[in-house]
Design a protein around this ligand. Sequence first.
Ligand code: ADQ
Length: 478
Amino acid sequence: MPERLIVVSNRLPGGGKPSGGLVVALHDAIADRGGIWIGAHPETGEASDTFEEVETTPYRKLAFRLTEEEQENYYLGFANSVLWPLCHRRGDLVDLQSEYERDYIAVNRRLARLIADMVEEEDILWIHDYHFLPLAYELRKLGVFNRIGFFLHIPFPSLADLSVLPTPASFAEWLASYNLLGLQTRRDVARCLEMYRSDPRAEFLPDGTVKFGMNVVSVRSFPIGIDVADFARAAAEPAPSPFGREEPDEYVIGVDRLDYSKGLPNRFHAFGEFLETCPDTRRPCLIQIAPPTREQVKAYQDITRELEEIAGRLNGRFAALDWTPIRYIHRAVEREELARLHRNAKACLVTSLADGMNLVAKEFVAAQDPDDPGVLILSKFAGAAEDMGQALLVNPYNTSEIAEAIETALDMSLEERRRRHAACLEAVEASDVSLWSSHFLGMLERCMPTLPVRRGAAGGGGEAPGGTGGSGMMADRA
Ligand code: ADQ
């Protein structure tokens, strides 16, 4: 039986032609080798002990239902009111309720049972993101010893942040059940290895993999990217101006889900500081596109209100009858239109306080005309900054520094813009999303599979995975 790829992510991609870098990359990977995509059904319902078949071509898409209560406790609760703030250094926003963790584990356990019932011996599994941290742990308990990889899209938490969890020791144990643990950046890998270094249950093997009880996990960084050529093509497509008669003289763009991790209030304040120093003859705009997200969570309601207030205040103070300095659009915009907006912007503001990677930064760079490019102003706390040192890097907590960077960007010489853009583009191309998925899967295939635990062995344990304490990776597969 050939190897199938089973992908698990929170949401299934919509029907029709896939769009968006990550979806396309995973779609291609499954379509190439055959496989299945599993995700939560967008509507709640009865918990069932079978998957619902959503689509069958070009590969199967299977959905599992969450009950209304699980949606509250597992998704909005543990995933988005505990793990998300914790990984984004917002321990103050963590909302600890015992039913959150209970249902988080229960949903992962149910999903593991559904997968265990249909998985075949040669399948490889690729699990995505913080909704499913314990999935491999639960699968191993059910006797699934296939190769399982995990990719965390958000920052890996520090030891101090992890201690906020109700049972911090579980985090290391859950993740050690994967064969390959993929993180966005080298900094994330360092934090993850620090976690294992400080855990007496973990042992480092000579090849750098981590042995944890019966498991061996390899921890690597795989900086995610975008479909560069596709975004560049969309950006260069000729189209009428979306501004009509409201064409701004020059504009800086921001595109983010409306999330407190993206540093939007600081960005608006910084733009206000920049306007203070602007000569009257200059009429720059900040075009901020920020669609709502997770609106049922209080922290998201708070940030929505805060941002509206700041935008209103700044526009009240600086606007003229023929000029609105901040144009704040609180909804999603078509990908093609977004690409063109990026291309015509003088600069892009990415001011995340913490961010796994930040694909918007890469999309902005890909969208530019190399002969006359705009300037990327990039938070040093976004994963994208690790390989894009030629962006204008800023501390997002320092609004004066962001304000200065806006001025520097708008006044930058063509030669410097070209030089910085070429260096950033090189980094963006090196992390193209198709390379990202093939690197991850190539590495996962070279991982030593987890060996079944021999029941009844001395001490109730069994043989170590990957042989007798051997390496988790090997150059060639046997
Ligand atoms: P996000 O937090 O969602 O992703 P990001 O990486 O910037 O952040 O990706 C957002 C995507 O949504 C981009 O492709 C962007 O173009 C699109 N988008 C944002 N606002 C939009 C709008 N108004 N209209 C249309 N499209 C919009 C998580 C992590 C990131 C990590 C990614 C991928 O938080 O750190 O980079 O996953 O791993």
